[in-house]
Design a protein around this ligand. Structure first.
Ligand SMILES: Nc1ncnc2c1ncn2[C@@H]1O[C@H](COP(=O)(O)OP(=O)(O)O)[C@@H](O)[C@H]1O
Ligand SMILES: [Mg+2]
Length: 595
């Protein structure tokens, strides 16, 4: 796997990403401030409770040998306690609502930003990023970020308030008991750190397994037919079992460790309780330290409040790390360079256009040149066939012409204008490609054709279908133009799909039409249909035909033979055959049986 495809579980730069993430939420500032405010209020109120209870206990007086109660004082305290309970619950409730809203808005903001970006990314971006991975970024990663903001941030803040608050209150009440209380905290922290470190490892493994599992399932579904027909079902199941085992192993271990945490913490908590009560009782009996029964009670409660956030710290840190790693993945998309489009020159609307490749050099992977000083001249209205072995770079030429990729060297001209100076939208209107792998979208037949030019009206739509010879088969469908089809719909034959794509291309009304092996996977009857349609569509256009079958290229005005990244022969069919060169060899090897 190339490095960029590997899932990162830990953020690469904590500070940088955090800073950026904070900047990202400027728009939700009001909600975040509201959340923090409400949380602070309810946490502070909760901090008062043990103190109030201890005061209430101290209104009971046993010193005279019998119980006397300071009722006035007790009633006041109970009333205040009631108020504290009510307000703290209210604050918590509003805080919950607020944070739900925050989650919703942040998720929406980021998701919008990412999806908008995804659409604008250049084709080359997707060469190195799997689609499943992209889906995960739009779902899991964004959820992780939203959770961080709405949960972890709140938990962290209240943890800080509780820890600081408890220590201050305890110190004021009794420094000695505070020390006793803190001694067990060290034990607590130690256990938490050791356990959660190990748990973290298994947890990461678990997340990685989930990712692999998802990608495997996605692949199995997408390639179902291949898997079934090559009878690799068993291998597929075995792989699935292996991934499941890995996942189970990691998650069981993570859960066992996670399960050990609460009982351990409760043992430490009880030790803490015993120590406070024992030392507190000694101090009470001694009488010289201002310790009352209420003080002891308050300390047992405070130490509990105090240890809770400490136990949560590891969870928060892991959540923070997960979210930061997610944020980095999301930022990677947001930062990826969108297709820049600085072209300003407008082409004239003359019918056919000329296309010129001038010394084009290009490689996908550094060092492996696919095109090497490639030059080719195509005149307006000319029908040029490109032939060459599989992998010779024919499709690459088309991708360069459409500016899906940029040449490393040399340039491509349309009507004498460098295509880098033409706005991409116009370029892609001027030149239209029909590919071997037909790209249909989920929707009706009409939607699929209309994709060619969304502004086209009904009449133009039908005319386009007719021009591409697709009208007959469309009429036979249950709902005609309104028949719903799926992207990978197998109810349509390859040829019918191809005819739809031709209709779409025809609707675009391009000035140059490129057919990239558009007919290599259709039967000969459909081929005839497509060919007729093409001939009709081609008559006023410049055409580049990349074809396997000789019948399609035999009538071309010019045939260019590509080998080793350049044009090695050009000429008409007959001339080239007579020359007995590369074309002749290709023709004898490749084209004889299909012609
Ligand atoms: N996206 C890509 N990334 C890396 N290499 C690629 C990519 N697309 C094509 N190639 C390589 O470039 C070469 C030319 O491919 P292509 O233009 O598709 O050939 P043709 O259409 O003539 O069969 C091949 O060796 C192919 O493996
Ligand atoms: Mg190709």
């Amino acid at each position: 796997m190339p490095p960029q495809q590997m899932e990162r579980e830990a953020p690469q730069s904590v500070m940088k990403t955090t800073k950026r993430l904070i900047g990202f939420f400027k728009e939700s500032r009001a909600l975040i401030l509201g959340m923090l405010g409400l949380l602070t209020a309810s946490t502070l109120l909760n901090l008062l409770i043990p103190d109030l209870i201890s005061r209430a206990i101290d209104t009971l007086d046993l010193s005279a040998g019998r119980l006397s109660v300071d009722w006035d004082h007790l009633n006041t305290i109970l009333l205040i306690l009631l108020g504290v309970f009510v307000f703290s619950s209210l604050f918590s409730y509003f805080q919950g609502r607020n944070s739900a809203k925050l989650t919703r808005t942040t998720t929406l903001t980021i998701r919008k930003k990412v999806s908008e970006k995804l659409i604008r990314l250049p084709v080359s971006f997707f060469d190195s990023h799997r689609s499943g991975d992209m889906t995960a970024r739009l779902t899991n990663d964004i959820d992780n970020i939203a959770n961080l903001i709405s949960q972890a941030l709140g938990t962290a803040l209240s943890a800080v308030i509780v820890i600081v608050g408890c220590i201050v209150i305890m110190l004021i009440k009794n420094p000695l008991l505070t020390l006793v209380c803190l001694s067990t905290v060290i034990l607590n922290v130690l256990c938490t750190v050791i356990l959660s470190k190990r748990m973290f490892g298994f947890f990461r493994k678990q997340q990685k397994s989930v990712g692999e599992m998802n990608s495997h399932v996605e692949q199995s579904v997408a390639a179902k037919k291949t898997i079934d027909s090559y009878r690799i079902t068993d291998e597929c199941i075995a792989e699935n079992d292996r991934l499941s085992d890995e996942l189970t192993d990691a998650s069981v271990k993570a859960q066992v460790l996670g399960g050990a945490m609460p009982p351990l913490m409760s043992i430490i908590g009880n030790i803490n309780f015993l120590l406070i009560v024992a030392v507190g009782a000694l101090l009470y009996i001694d009488g010289g330290f201002g310790v009352t029964i209420g003080t002891i009670q308050a300390f047992t409660l405070y130490s509990r409040q105090f240890t809770k956030p400490i136990n949560e710290v590891s969870g928060i840190i892991s959540q923070l790390m997960t979210a930061l790693a997610s944020a980095e993945r999301v930022f990677e998309i947001i930062d990826a360079e969108a297709e820049e489009d600085s072209g300003k020159k407008s082409l004239s609307d003359r019918h056919a256009c000329s296309i010129r490749f001038e010394h084009v050099t290009f490689s996908y992977v550094r060092g492996i040149k696919v095109l090497d000083d490639f030059s080719l001249d195509i005149e307006p209205g000319q029908r040029v066939a490109l032939v060459g072995k599989t992998g010779a770079g024919k499709t690459t030429l088309v991708s360069l012409l459409m500016r899906f990729y940029e040449p490393d060297d040399g340039c491509i001209l349309i009507d004498g204008v460098d295509i880098r100076e033409i706005p991409k939208a116009q370029l892609r209107r001027t030149v239209t490609t029909v590919l071997q792998n037909t790209a249909l979208i989920d929707g009706t037949i009409r939607d699929n054709i209309a994709y060619g030019r969304l502004s086209a009206d009904e009449k133009e739509l039908y005319a386009a279908a007719e021009a591409a010879n697709a009208d007959a088969f469309i009429a036979k469908l249950e709902n005609g133009m309104n028949t719903e089809i799926l992207r990978e719909d197998t109810r349509l034959s390859q040829g019918e799909r191809q005819l739809l794509c031709l209709s779409r291309a025809s609707l675009t009304q391009p000035r140059a039409l490129i057919l990239d092996e558009a007919m290599s996977s259709v039967d000969s009857a459909t081929e005839k249909k497509i060919q007729d349609a093409m001939l009709g569509m081609m008559h006023d256009k410049t055409c580049i035909i990349i074809a396997h079958r000789l019948s399609t290229i035999r009538n071309a005005d010019k045939i260019a033979v590509i080998s080793d990244g350049k044009v090695v022969e050009t000429g008409r069919h007959k001339e080239l055959l007579e020359r007995r060169g590369v074309y002749c060899g290709l023709y004898q090897n490749q084209y004889t049986e299909s012609d």
